[in-house]
Design a protein around this ligand. Sequence first.
Ligand code: GDP
Ligand code: MG
Length: 443
Amino acid sequence: NLTQKLTQTFKNLRGQGRLSEDNIRDALRDVRLALLEADVALPVVKDFIQNVREQAMGEAVVKSLTPGQVFVKIVHDELVQLMGARNDRLDLSARPPAVILLAGLQGSGKTTTSAKLALWLKDKEKKRVLMVSTDVYRPAAMEQLAHLGKDIAVDVFPSGTDQQPVRIAQDAVAAAQRGVYDVLIVDTAGRLHVDGEMMAEAQALTAATQPVELLFVVDAMTGQDAVNTAKAFNDALPLTGVILTKADGDARGGAALSVRAVTGKPIKFIGIGEKIRKGLEPFYPDRMASRILGMGDIVSLVEQVQQDVDEEQARKMTDKLRSGKGFDLEDFRAQLRQLERMGGMASIMDKLPGMGELPAEAQNAMQDGRPMRRLEAIINSMTPGERRHPDIIKASRRRRIAAGSGTTVTEVNRLLKQFEQMQKMFKKMGKGGRGLSRLLGMN
Ligand code: GDP
Ligand code: MG
């Protein structure tokens, strides 16, 4: 599948810090080929590749991920975006009966889907549903709907092949009104190919029934043809959405991408089997994206890792402190900032083992939250060299730092003393283990 392929493509790129034009070139080619193989229309593929390239350029690759994983996540998110990001529900907020009209080629699954939809509305939405077939060309089609209705205990408006489709639909609307149905589902006749007569009839039915949902039903297995058909129906009819049938047979999902991109209409449901009871589900772009990529966990893995990066920084600090070496005033300042975010030293003092052993002066200084900002100001006024090697800060430097930070030499002295004490404390706690992690708000 595509994920495996991309992972393979990226295999040699381990350890690269960023995605770049160079290192994603082969991967983009893989994605392009995969989409074309999945019957996604060429203009759609071109746009898509362009978007992914823009998203990927300069994207940082954190250490615990591979470039391939980061790239897969970007492709996934773009796929979701292309398919509409969220599930669009049916809009049934009309004066009852809300009419749902299904249009599409013969064999696309309109009649089957009518029954699936009726059952879904009845069970999940507690609607009273009436169905009607306007397929006057095939007696079997009308019987098929009548049978399905009986199966799922949904009423079917009786119609015959000797009537006009528009007349049948009008009668059904009137019957739905009289019978106080919430929803009327109108199943229409298709043709094997797009033709003018079929479109004219669908337009007439639309005008006569004023559907709140005019859904284009399309067979996912028909690949590129699905795109052309979708375009023709979308041009001729004010579609409100799409139902993609036989998605159970098409593991590639290419039609979902193209149909959405070409019509701009949301896919509201997918058909996932012949069975009426289990054959329909709301369409979720993120699930389809995962399916197209053939992957399960990569996306959540990447999200998890990106979240962990902050924690990793904290952990690095702990290691540094624990080793008792290299704790400098830069680190001290970072700690001050973190402590400020955590609500001040006082709030965590009592949780710290070994705190009682510190000299009273140091304890008091740390308990007091107020000077935190002044401490930070003092450190800010130091040169990087001074922060790294506090022992070089002699009298004249102390005067300069005090002046620069708007504090006094006494305060600078006190800070340096505190820093020294902290250094010692950290060393001590580092040997003991747990205390330091707790100080840093980690487990
Ligand atoms: P219509 O001509 O558009 O009314 O199409 P039908 O509803 O009669 O369906 C044509 C065929 O497709 C039937 O054999 C259905 O059982 C089958 N079918 C419809 N939807 C699905 C689906 O989601 N998955 C599968 N596997 N078959 C489906
Ligand atoms: Mg039919």
